[in-house]
Design a protein. Sequence first.
Length: 397
Amino acid sequence: MQTLEDLTREAITLANGHSVPAQAAPLSDSVLEVSRQMMICNGCRYCEGFCAVFPAMTRRLEFGASDIHYLANLCHNCGACLHACQYAPPHEFMINVPRAMAEVRKDTYTAYAWPSRFGVLYKNNGLWIAIALAIGLTLFLQMTANFLNGANALTLDLSNFYSIYPHNMLVSIFLPIFAFVMLSLSLGVKSFLTDIQQATGAQGASPVAVANASHDALKLKYLDGGHGEGCNNEDDAFSKLRKYFHHLTFYGFMLCLAATSVATLYHYIFGWQAPYVWTSLPKLLGISGGLSLSAGCVGLFVLNMRRHELHGDPTQKQMDIGFIFLLFLTSTTGLLLASSHESSSMPLLLSLHLGAVMALFLTLPYGKFAHGIFRLAALIRFETEKRLPSNIGLSGE
Ligand code: HEM
Ligand code: HEM
Ligand code: SF4
Ligand code: SF4
């Protein structure tokens, strides 16, 4: 009886007119699965115009581990090639590119995590998010309770959160965590880039390549399915909703970070102490960012719940939903805190907000947040590679 592998080889040989080369080195199951699917896609090429993955694929006849790591992070999980594919399940070729790519993506986050032993946190990410949240909330609720029960409680000013957590105390708690997040993410993506550079040409990225890749990432060009109508979610219909809700989430997050940065400048350069008036720049940035982030998270959550069962990797649902939940919790507790001045709920809301921020920061380098940075790195390599002569036959390992 013919195995699935035999059938696949036959299909590739028929479509490509050449036989399937044997793999040079042992590859992981997830990488082998993408490699198998890419061999078939390379013969079919129906989805050529959908996204960056297919043009990058056609430059290759063989797929080594580095090629697959690169392609997996180029994939935006838009679902267009799943819904268009005549070989998708229940067809015996079982082609499901977005799922196979998602599995490899998680493996790359795990493999390139820094420090490497923390890579395991991607595997059971829901548990890690729950632990981080328990740490953050317990720490701040306990510290607030200690403050309110202690002699210092007499200094409590319900219009000023610094009366509970002085500015320097907040800086000494959050700055080291933030610095660690930055270091960990930078070293992780550096290792990933070193890996995929072999497969995408030795050249460094030009400013044009970086600018084009950033433009495509900021616009989420590859959530458009190649025709500008948007991506697939629950069925064959195209929709731009996922892209728009992601924009609300992404730009809302950036506005919140901008609000915190401007407030830091006000504090250290001008000596202007928070809380600021409603019409001040930090407040305007923070309120608009918080509303945008909360709305984006609700939309992404609903779309995620409705997504087609074959679309994406089901084992990563907890990572996606956990990240959406943490972003939502951080933004809504921030908004409630900002509107709680003079109210007796301020200490509780402050503890909840700071606990949520801590959980978010602790999980940033070992959770869904990695997707943005790894995708940007892959897009930069794509913009670099496409300016080189075709590297068919020069596949990296
Ligand atoms: C360094 C970590 C952070 C600290 C110490 C912090 C602290 C605070 C404080 C004290 C407020 C109340 C401001 C006021 O009432 O004037 C606030 C508000 C807020 N925070 Fe945070 N926060 C941090 C990070 C974040 C992050 C990462 C987000 C979102 C991703 C966020 C979202 C918000 C929002 C939406 C508000 C309400 C709008 C505003 O007042 O600016 N915060 N935060
Ligand atoms: C270079 C920047 C970024 C790019 C290119 C990007 C791209 C994408 C893409 C293509 C998806 C859908 C596929 C998937 O689930 O992986 C996605 C999902 C998501 N992104 Fe981003 N992203 C970026 C940055 C961010 C940032 C900064 C945030 C928020 C802090 C964010 C929040 C999310 C969330 C919550 C999801 C999950 C949505 C779902 O389950 O469908 N992204 N991103
Ligand atoms: S996903 Fe299916 S339709 Fe698209 S190129 Fe691959 S085999 Fe062809
Ligand atoms: S899911 Fe979308 S982005 Fe990923 S390979 Fe298919 S068409 Fe390209």
